[in-house]
Ligand binder design. Sequence first.
Ligand code: SF4
Ligand code: SF4
Length: 381
Amino acid sequence: MIYHAFQDLQLPALAVGTMRLPVTDGNDANIDVEATREMVAFAMESGANYFDTAWGYHGGNSESVMGELLSAYPRESFMLADKFPGYDLSNMGKVAEIFEEQLRKCRTDYFDFYLIHNLCELNIDEYLDPRHGIIDYLLEQKRAGRIRHLVLSTHGSFETTKRFLDALDGHLEFCQVQLNWLDWEFQDAKAKVELLNERGIPVFVMEPMRGGGLLSLEPEHEATLAALAPDRSLAEWAIRFLQSVPGVATVLTGASNLEQLKQNIALFATEEPLSPEERDALISVARAMTTKGTVPCTACRYCTDHCPQGLDIPWLLELYNEHAYSDGGFIAPMALEALEQDKQPAACIACGACEAVCPQQIPVAATLADFVKLLENSDDE
Ligand code: SF4
Ligand code: SF4
């Protein structure tokens, strides 16, 4: 495991995410505790001793399972990160109540890292509203040693991120951004990284492989990369790219089983940044991919609770992407047949509620309307 110095800590270059842990029966809330115990043991043995949980992961059970499993280890032997769930505005007045509950669930007296979760255009004013007292409360916990390091996690634009950094002048010690080779230009991650570099704030990477979306590419794109490095996997391309970005301290990766965790950890055994030619090739592939008419949904599911029609938005967008990528085909129509009429893309009433919370700024309503048209056209053929 590679380590990077951060203040008085040695941070593993890989942080173990707990958003997509193994589950027992296909139900996201039912974490497979024994399988997760094995994964935690392997991570600890491998020196990957940074664990990242959050209030909303696995229906709230990620925190309690991680608390239970990590309590088997001396507290100083691992680092634990948790987050204030301000992506849900109804939590804004409850910072103390939620923070205490998180400590209880995680069976700890302190968090090594505490993140302001999913800053975006929708919630920045609420986060900064002194009536909620969120920032004052978190700084007080930091002074009391219950938060060792205060961190920002942002899906907001460059301007929103900058405004927040300015408002908390000097108090944010780390910043988590969505960063991968596809988003370097597509979501202008480059500008955010440059901003953080200017301010000397280390970069904490989330979605290094876009929720797995960069692990399988169109054959022509895979061929471009294979011509440059025949033995390099797409996962390695993703990590080597991040190792080429200045200021990246830690990369958050999720794993749904032990095998995936082993593969992830193996990627961080060495530091091998891409050559300038390799980096250029990757960015060219990204440009080609992002003009292909798909949408960059990461299946974070922040939107689903907000849909008055109860649509499974990420699933519909995944099917849309499949349909758009394959110029039709049978897979999406077949999958849609399994859904009730009132859960189909045509049931969208274009209210925009999902778009207001989408970190990827996806025009969901227009995409679903386009999906309806594409499906009608396929029926006519
Ligand atoms: S725009 Fe459509 S998909 Fe989005 S919340 Fe409204 S009804 Fe649901
Ligand atoms: S549409 Fe946006 S908010 Fe909804 S799951 Fe996809 S990325 Fe997340």
